[in-house]
Design a protein around this ligand. Structure first.
Ligand code: FES
Ligand SMILES: [Fe+2]
Length: 363
């Protein structure tokens, strides 16, 4: 301490600043179909935008939450960026990949994986301003799907679907289904156990087996889990005798909000069928459904048969979802009537509301 100086009191502790939210990559899209506050909540989540097998050498245009994105690969690595060249607004999905870069077809600008423009062919000696860059999004490739987030954290937060990588299981990508309806309605339909006897009486359920036994729903760290035991077979109609007559079918559902749910169906003799229902919100009332499956039995069954069976079932659901009004899942519980069988649906609506969704019904 210098002579004559006075000891000063330590400065009062400054309260720690709350953790900063991740930087927003995108503002509201110009063709917004969501309530703005719902869009802001959903833009922080991860969603699938393509099947891995759809993305090869050519860039492909996809849409997520009203935003056009281009999905492509450089040296095998999946990339997702806004489908918009920053020179004159051309769609980069019309372009191609060269080395590590995506090339715009209009004037040949090249963009590196981090979004920076690295070539302006009209002026090879020009110093490219660092601000000349496209918007890129974080990417994860898992369960046969390419996932991204518009404004969410870099670290992927995906549903759990470990059976996909389990060597004891056969992994099958069921056909993608496009639905003219909201993702919330679709996911709720996937969790619904009272519709089997009605919507699926041509595929796996019987009209006369209508009664829904009581079942448990619980909260998990990430979402909700429902375990439903009933006599509703999961074999196709006409093949129900493959199971013993008194067999009790356990359907174990787990929700990973906002729009993914995993169902594990317990078959006879330890057979397990894992189904991931991953609904991707293209727009508020337009949903692309990705359905990776994994099963540890009947592995020699032709995959075409599995595809056809799933397509039938999900199309039966699609017709119901596309007819529902209001199109958006009402998160105000008082808006629709509920029965005891709807326990999971009610928990799901509450979960979504807690996440900040439902502005449509509460503003
Ligand atoms: S619009 Fe893309 S390079 Fe000109
Ligand atoms: Fe269904």
């Amino acid at each position: 301490m210098m002579e004559g100086s006075v000891a000063t009191k330590p400065a009062p502790a400054v309260p720690a600043a709350p953790a900063a939210p991740p930087p927003e990559r995108l503002a509201l899209p110009r063709e917004l179909t969501f309530h703005p506050s719902d869009w802001a909540v959903l833009a922080r989540s991860w969603f699938p935008v393509a099947r891995s097998d759809e993305i090869g050498d050519r860039p492909v245009r996809m849409r997520l939450l009203d935003v056009d994105v281009v999905v492509y690969r450089t040296n095998g690595t999946a990339r997702v960026a806004r489908d918009l060249c920053m020179h004159r607004g051309t769609a980069l999905s019309l372009g191609w990949v060269e080395g590590d870069c995506i090339v715009c077809p209009y004037h040949g600008f090249q963009y590196a994986p981090d979004g920076a423009c690295v070539a302006v062919p009209a002026h090879p000696d020009m110093a490219i301003p660092p601000k000349l860059r496209i918007t890129t999004f974080p990417v994860a490739e898992r369960y046969g799907l390419i996932w991204t987030t518009l404004n969410g954290p870099e670290e992927p937060l995906l549903p759990e679907f470990d059976a996909w990588d389990d060597p004891d299981y056969q992994a099958i990508m069921a056909p993608t289904i496009d639905i003219a309806g909201s993702a919330g309605r679709q996911v709720e339909g996937f969790l619904d156990v009272a519709h089997f006897a009605w919507a699926h009486n041509k595929s796996f359920a019987l009209r006369e087996n209508q009664i829904v036994p009581s079942y448990r729903v619980e909260r998990t760290a990430r979402g909700i889990r429902a375990q439903y035991i009933s006599s509703v077979s999961n074999y196709p109609v006409g093949k129900h005798d493959l199971a013993p007559p008194d067999f009790e079918w356990l359907r174990d559902f787990e929700v990973f909000p906002p729009f993914a749910a995993r169902l594990i169906v317990h078959f006879p003799d330890g057979g397990r069928l894992h189904i991931l229902n991953a609904a991707s919100p293209i727009a508020a009332r337009k949903t692309r459904l990705f359905v990776p499956l994994a099963k540890n039995f009947d592995k020699d069954l032709p995959v075409e048969e599995v595809h056809a069976f799933n397509l039938t079932i999900f199309n039966e659901d699609r017709v119901m979802v596309e007819s529902q009004r209001p199109e958006d899942l009402p998160l105000d519980i008082t808006m629709e009537a509920h029965i005891a069988a709807d326990r999971t649906s009610i928990a799901y609506r509450k979960l979504l509301k807690e996440s900040g969704l439902g502005a449509l019904y509460f503003s």
